[in-house]
Design a protein around this ligand. Structure first.
Ligand SMILES: NC(=O)CC[C@H](N)C(=O)O
Length: 255
């Protein structure tokens, strides 16, 4: 059975652990680099990304986290976790903050405003429904949430949402210290996938809908299937001719 790590420095890691328990999966709390060894996948929870980055630095976690992402193991960032995984973040506190990176996108840390502008909304998620069943929408819980301003060509957009009319205008500081509005579209991206990386600006672990957790676990199964096929392809030609030997050995967990 898959062993899923949950980065447990700060934020909603208990809620992710509980969400995993609900679907019968063992979660392991990760606070030190060596605890990443032997894990199949990793969830980086929501919380406060600057604080989380300071704690990750204190525990010397960044090199091991980057290695984990680079090794192609599934990693899911929710909210602050999304910020951690982005290649570029704007709207950071002065002095910036360290990121793991790997996800080809620009994220705005507090796109929807401050804590009191937190909100819930119904998101259209046809891809999630297609893969995991159920309704075409899911409940999106946005808590002082970030949003994705733009994505690279390898990034698949899984959900977007309308920009609330009362959203404060967002600004970035250019080299000369000039503040400028950088976002003028009426919808903004809130869930993406790029290969082994899944990222959501909202908090599925705070709802009873387990489909995002199941989707993430399916990414893990996919990565094992790929590794298995690669192994099979490089094995003897006798094995290669026998199709039955190339079947993945791990059965789907949720059927
Ligand atoms: N709920 C969340 O994870 C909020 C993230 C927050 N905007 C940050 O900068 O870290």
């Amino acid at each position: 059975m898959a062993v899923v790590g949950v980065l447990a420095l700060q934020g909603s890691y208990n809620e992710h652990m509980a969400a995993l328990r609900r679907i019968g999966v063992r979660g392991v709390e990760v606070r030190k680099p060596e605890q990443l060894q032997g894990l199949d996948s990793l969830i980086i929870p929501g919380g406060e990304s600057t604080t989380m980055a300071k704690l990750a630095n204190y525990h010397n976690l960044f090199p091991a986290l980057r290695e984990f992402v680079g090794a192609g193991k599934p990693v899911w960032g929710t909210c602050a976790g999304l910020i951690f995984l982005a290649n570029k973040a704007v709207g950071q506190k002065s002095g910036g903050q360290e990121l793991i990176g790997g996800l080809d996108c620009t994220v705005h840390r507090n796109f929807f405003g401050s804590q009191i502008q937190s909100f819930e909304t119904e998101l259209s998620v046809p891809m999630l429904a297609e893969k995991e069943g159920g309704s075409n929408t899911c409940r999106g819980v946005f808590i002082r949430a970030p949003a994705i301003l733009d994505v690279g060509s390898d990034v698949e957009v899984l959900a977007d949402c309308p920009v609330p009319a009362d959203r404060p205008s967002i600004t970035i500081t250019s080299g000369e210290g000039v503040e400028e509005e950088v976002y003028s579209k009426d919808r903004v991206i809130v869930a993406v996938r790029q290969g082994n990386i899944l990222a959501t600006a909202f908090h599925p672990e705070l709802t009873s809908d387990s489909r995002w957790h199941r989707f993430f676990l399916d990414m893990d199964k996919e990565s094992h299937t790929k590794a298995f096929s690669a192994l099979s392809l490089s094995s003897s030609s006798r094995d290669a001719q026998d199709g039955s030997k190339n079947k993945p050995i791990d059965l789907p967990i949720f059927e």
